[in-house]
Design a protein around this ligand. Structure first.
Ligand code: ADP
Ligand code: MG
Length: 698
């Protein structure tokens, strides 16, 4: 019987109770599920390491050598014992905080020991706290010790006797039977092409690696498999859409587009904007439905592109809408666009949660009669009562705030899906974007409008606050405006509010000659809007806010962005915030304020920001520092199945290879019907039945 059909409870040492826990806690039901539960780390007892090889984030490792001397440090309760240990070349400190007398009795200087532990970094150097120490003669030979796997478990599992060790035992019982029971999931020609390990060996070595090399080969094989199947699935989906979904034809470049371009546009389009518009025009003239991601750094002029895409739709007899993640943004888009198109003869309206009932009813009627050409709004647009006469173009601003499901609701507003343009300032590599968001085409605005001075960014510690205030005073005196942003503290909304409110009082007191606005998440939308308007029109000079202002607001006269507790923000968030300034003619500044003590990673974030304004470089760094699990919207993205081993950030190269190869395989055999591809077809089917099918609704 294949392992996929054997209930895990029948495995010796499991039984119904533990099986129940495994199902509830980790969704492990069959023996195959169990085998696909990979260790999250290993202890490497396959070899001895040298001190000079120690680096950050190492697993438990072992060293061989001698203790040179012991030192007792401190008094009483805070006493610790330190030993200087040498591997014959370099030294490292071993540290104990308890059991000091026992250690001193048991271990002697000048004897060769095997020391086993997890290196930790403290005060600029590595040490090993509470190591295990053995005489070499007490240990089995290295080949027998090998790697020991550690498995994720939960608190409930641990109290049900299912800790990592127990899982390791179960795994040891299962693995010998893998050979005939888990059929290979990749065709032979794929294994050959990339010199991949076969599935049985890969699974055996992912749990109990023979050595580092075997572990790497196993990981490589299993990662490739994950990425390859994801690409196959996405590409087939694309094909399906291309064949089954017709797109509205909007090939005519008509009156509105032309006259806007020639008579209303207050500046010349950048080359990047022109190029993207051409790409959009090609899409909407193709007869296929457009599903395009528009990436452009903050301030690169995406709104204008959105508007002109909608003008194309209007020229061809369709309506368009823009959906923004917040009311502030929606009303700002509404104002910008109303101003831009002036009296060209197009009707635009705003619909948000706070639109009055009467107004709302009129609006619904106008939409259905076709009197209204462009609707701008928030989530309110998705509601079922909002029906268009002929919706042809949907623009979604700042993608990551909207889930796939919400997008699909917009689709259903028509018998035929409208063209979709998704705009984001979070630049991610192309292949990654396509993997995360499904089958989108990608356009990039890689050029800022001319005349922008890059924002100068500085990292200050708290103790520079006086100097900072002096600087702010000068800027305010010169007629500029200032943002001060506080982090949103998710664990405690109260504290979040308190920080911003205290900040508000502080800035009011420190700058009595100027007016200060306060905006935070707890304010009613109307009050938020009022404060934003006051600031936008220059009636207030300092805007103290939590991250509600993160996305999109446009106040060209604001020239300084102060970010309090900058260490609490992620890189791309900081970059977004910085993008709020530098929109006018004046030189702009971004000040990152932090505590003096910073983790290495945080320090890197600050350095990256002060070094560069390039959104792509920052996104790249962000990906490296955080990993894609944190990329906004990943959870709601178009990923067809879960990744267990592959890491979209770190395995970008392999992702690309997997994608290209998937194209190569599908081109001559789109339905995977050739005999050599049967494995692919049935495995894909199996993966899909096990997962929610996001592809269909993206
Ligand atoms: P984002 O891409 O961040 O949404 P916006 O669309 O808000 O950027 O544009 C930022 C600012 O740049 C706006 O004030 C807009 O009017 C201006 N802008 C856009 N395109 C151009 C251009 N081609 N030349 C000059 N200014 C432009
Ligand atoms: Mg914008």
């Amino acid at each position: 019987m294949p392992l996929a059909d054997i209930d895990i409870k029948f495995i010796p040492g499991v039984g119904p109770k533990k099986a129940d826990l495994l199902a509830k806690e980790l969704n492990i039901r069959t023996v195959e599920d169990m085998v696909r539960h990979y260790p999250y780390r290993y202890v490497d007892r396959s070899r001895f390491y040298y001190v000079h090889e120690i680096s950050e984030n190492m697993p438990f490792i072992q060293l061989k050598g001698q203790i040179l001397q012991f030192n007792k440090i401190g008094e009483g309760r805070s006493q610790r014992l330190s030993a200087i240990f040498t591997d014959g070349k370099d030294t490292i400190e071993l540290v104990w905080f308890q059991g000091i007398r026992f250690i001193l009795d048991k271990y002697k200087t000048g004897i060769t020991y095997v020391v086993f532990g997890k290196p930790s970094f403290f005060n600029g150097k590595y040490n090993i706290p509470h190591p295990e120490i053995d005489l070499p003669s007490q240990l089995p030979p290295l080949e027998q010790m090998g790697f020991q796997p550690f498995y994720n478990t939960t608190e409930k599992m641990k109290s049900g006797f299912l800790n990592s060790k127990a899982i390791q035992k179960i795994m040891q019982g299962i693995l010998p039977f893998l050979q005939e029971k888990i059929p290979e999931t990749l065709p032979n020609y794929v294994l050959k092409k990339f010199a991949l390990m076969n599935l049985t060996d890969a699974l055996t070595n992912i749990h109990f690696p023979k050595n580092n090399y075997a572990l790497n080969k196993a990981r490589q094989r299993l990662k490739f498999e994950e990425l390859f199947y994801i690409q196959l699935s996405i590409l087939q989906q694309t094909k399906w859409r291309e064949q089954n979904l017709k797109g509205f034809l909007m090939s005519k470049v008509g009156y509105y587009f032309r006259s806007f371009y020639h008579d209303f546009l207050p500046f010349e389009l950048t080359n990047a904007q022109k190029r993207v518009l051409k790409e959009i025009h090609a899409d909407v003239s193709s007869g296929k439905q457009m599903n395009r991601l528009l990436q452009g750094d903050v301030g690169s002029g995406k709104t204008l592109v959105a508007l002109m895409a909608i003008l194309l739709a209007v020229d061809n007899g369709f309506q368009g809408c823009i959906m923004a993640p917040t009311e502030i943004l929606a009303s700002q888009h509404f104002e910008t666009i109303s101003t831009l198109i002036g009296d060209i003869g197009i009707k635009v309206a705003l619909l948000t949660g706070s639109t009055r009932t009467k107004e709302r009813e009129d609006l619904h009627a106008a939409l259905q009669s076709g009197n209204l050409n462009i609707l701008i709004g928030t989530h309110a647009l998705i509601e079922d009562v909002v029906q268009f006469k002929n919706l042809g173009m949907v623009v979604i601003d700042e993608q990551h705030r909207f889930g796939v499901e919400q997008r699909s609701k917009l689709w259903k507003k028509n018998t035929q899906p409208p063209h979709v343009l998704v705009m984001t300032a979070t630049p991610i590599p192309r292949t990654l974007a396509m993997t995360l968001y499904g089958d989108l085409s990608v356009s990039v605005i890689d050029e800022l409008p001319p005349g922008r001075k890059p924002v100068q960014t500085y990292h200050y510690y708290e103790n520079k606050r006086q100097a900072l205030n002096g600087f702010l005073y000068k800027q305010l005196k010169a007629g500029r405006q200032v943002y001060v942003v506080y982090p949103l503290i998710e664990e405690s909304e109260k504290m979040d509010l308190q920080n911003a409110t205290e900040g508000f009082e502080y800035f009011k007191a420190s700058f009595p000659d100027f007016k200060v606005s306060l905006v935070h998440g707890k304010l009613k939308a109307a009050e938020k809007d009022k404060q934003m308007q006051l600031f936008a029109s220059g009636q207030t000079h300092i805007m103290v806010a939590t991250t509600v202002i993160e996305v999109g607001v446009d106040v060209p006269n604001a020239s300084v962005m102060v970010i309090e507790n900058a260490e609490r923000f992620g890189l791309s968030q900081l970059h977004q915030l910085r993008g709020r300034v530098g929109r006018g003619a004046a030189q702009s500044y971004c000040i990152l304020l932090t505590d003096y003590k910073l983790a290495t990673e945080t320090r890197k974030r600050m350095e990256t920001l002060t070094r560069t304004n390039d959104g792509f470089e920052i996104a790249e760094a962000d990906l490296q520092l955080r990993g894609p699990g944190d990329i906004d919207g990943t959870q709601q993205s178009g990923m067809p199945f879960e990744l267990k081993l592959a890491d979209l950030a770190k395995d970008g190269k392999m992702l690309e290879i997997a994608r290209n190869y998937a194209i190569e395989v599908l081109t001559p055999d789109p339905k995977l019907e050739k005999p050599e591809n049967h494995i692919l077809r049935s495995q894909l089917k199996k993966l899909k039945t096990n997962a929610v099918n996001w592809g269909l609704i993206s």
